[in-house]
Write a protein that binds this ligand. Structure first.
Ligand code: SP5
Ligand code: ZN
Length: 367
C-alpha cells in the first residue's frame, strides 16, 4: 500500500491547549508522524511520498472561502494586534444569538472555532494545506486504480466543519478527499478528460452518467462532527461513525444515534455511539453493523477516518482496544472489496501509535 505525507505538516506545533479546563502541553504533536513513519519503516511498508499541491479548489468545495482566508491570515493578524505568540485561540465565542460583525482577530477566532484545542500558529495554515494535499494524493491514487492508500495526515481533520476549526482539526482531510472521489466524473468531464474508472459491474456507458458514491467510515474514538455536518444533506456520501457516546464524551453536541441525515441526505448518516470500556469483541461486533450498512449502500469508494484513540492506553479515550484489534478491523474493512483510502485522524498513546497504524494497514492487506 502506498503512503502519502507532506513535509509541510511539521510546521504546525502549538505549545498548549485547554483540556478539561486546564492549560496542558499540546497532545497532537509532530512526534506522532515520526512514530508512525518509524513503524511503517520497521514493517517494511513504503515510506510516505510527498503529495503534489492540488490547489484551493478541492478545499473550497468543502470549506467556506472566508474560513480558509481566516486560517491563512489569522496568526499574522493576531500578532499585529499585539496578542501572544503562543497561538490564536478564542476567549469569547459566537454562540446562539450573538453577531458576527467584528473583524478583530479575537472576534474572528471566536467565530471560526468551537473549542480550545485548535490553536493557530505560524505554520498551521501550510501544515493544514499539506495535510489536505496528502488526503487528496491518496484519493488520486484510488482514481488511478490503486486498491488502497494511506494518507498520514497531520493536523487531523474530522472535527473541522464547513467554517469551523476544533479538536486539533482545521481542514477536513477525509471530507475533502471524499468529495473529490464523489465528483470525480464531473471533474473529468469538466476538463474534457476521460478518466479511467476500472471495472464497472453495470457495464456500458451507464457509469459515466451516474456520479460515484462514497462511504466514509469513521473509527476515531471521537465522533466526526465536521464530516457529518459537511455531508448531512447529501445522499452521494454516506457517513458512518463508531465513537464514544457524545452524552459523556467530546464533541458532546453531535454524534447521537438519532442523527440520520436531512433532506436529500436523510438515511445517509449513521451514528453508533458506544459505552465506556468497549473491548475488542464488543467493538468488532458493532463494526459489523457499520459494514453491513456500507455494503447495503454499495459505494464506489471507501474513505476511512482512521483514529487510534480507541486504544486502551489512549489519554483521550475510554475504550479498551488492543493493537491486535486494529488488524481485525483492517481485515474486515478489506472484505468490503472497495477501493479504500485510509486518512489518519487521532491517536495519542504515542508509544503504541505506530504499531496500531501498522496493525490496521497490515490487517487490511492480509484481509
Ligand atoms: C482528532 C481528535 O482525536 N481530536 C480529539 C480532540 C479532543 N479534545 C477534547 C479532549 C477532552 C478530554 N477529556 C478527557 C476525558 C477522558 N475520558
Ligand atoms: Zn479522536
Amino acid at each position: 500500500m502506498r503512503t502519502i505525507s507532506s513535509p509541510e505538516q511539521h510546521g504546525h506545533n502549538p505549545p498548549s491547549e485547554f483540556i478539561d479546563g486546564q492549560l496542558k502541553p499540546y497532545l497532537e504533536t509532530p512526534r506522532r508522524v515520526e512514530i508512525i513513519e518509524a513503524a511503517l519503516a520497521v514493517a517494511e511498508m513504503p515510506a510516505p511520498e510527498a503529495p503534489r499541491d492540488f490547489g484551493l479548489a478541492p478545499i473550497l468545495a468543502v470549506h467556506s472561502a472566508e474560513y480558509v482566508a481566516y486560517l491563512e491570515h489569522a496568526y499574522a493578524r493576531w500578532l499585529e494586534a499585539g496578542l501572544p505568540a503562543a497561538g490564536v485561540m478564542p476567549s469569547t465565542v459566537a454562540v446562539r444569538g450573538m453577531r458576527a460583525g467584528s473583524s478583530h482577530p479575537q472576534a474572528q477566532a471566536g467565530l471560526f472555532c468551537f473549542d480550545l484545542s485548535a490553536p493557530i500558529v505560524a505554520g498551521t495554515y501550510l501544515a493544514a494545506r499539506g495535510s489536505a494535499n496528502a488526503a487528496l494524493g491518496g484519493a488520486a491514487l484510488l482514481l488511478a486504480g490503486e486498491r488502497a492508500a494511506y494518507a498520514l495526515c497531520r493536523p487531523p481533520g474530522h472535527h473541522a466543519a464547513h467554517d469551523l476549526a476544533g479538536g486539533y482539526c482545521f481542514l477536513n482531510n477525509a471530507a475533502i478527499a471524499a468529495h473529490l472521489l464523489a465528483t470525480a466524473n464531473e471533474e473529468a468531464s469538466d476538463n474534457g478528460v476521460a478518466l479511467e474508472l476500472g471495472d464497472e459491474p453495470l457495464g456500458g456507458g451507464l457509469w459515466s452518467m451516474r456520479p460515484p458514491t462514497v462511504a466514509v467510515l469513521d473509527i476515531d474514538f471521537h465522533h466526526g462532527n465536521g464530516t457529518q455536518a459537511i455531508f448531512y444533506d447529501r445522499s452521494d456520501v454516506f457517513f458512518v461513525s463508531l465513537h464514544g457516546d457524545p452524552d459523556r464524551e467530546y464533541p458532546f453536541f453531535l454524534g447521537f444515534a438519532d442523527e440520520r441525515g436531512a433532506g436529500a441526505g436523510e438515511g445517509y448518516n449513521l451514528n453508533l455511539p458506544l459505552e465506556k470500556g468497549v473491548d475488542d469483541a464488543r467493538y468488532l461486533a458493532v463494526l459489523e453493523n457499520a459494514l453491513e450498512a456500507i455494503t447495503a449502500y454499495s459505494p464506489r469508494y471507501l474513505v476511512v477516518s482512521a483514529g487510534f484513540d480507541t486504544f486502551g492506553g489512549d489519554p483521550l479515550g475510554d475504550f479498551q482496544l488492543t493493537t491486535g484489534a486494529f488488524a481485525h478491523i483492517g481485515a474486515r474493512i478489506a472484505q468490503l472489496g472497495l477501493p479504500t483510502l485510509f486518512v489518519q485522524e487521532g491517536g495519542y498513546a504515542i508509544e503504541a501509535l505506530g504499531q496500531n497504524v501498522v496493525s490496521l494497514l497490515m490487517g487490511f492487506e492480509e484481509g
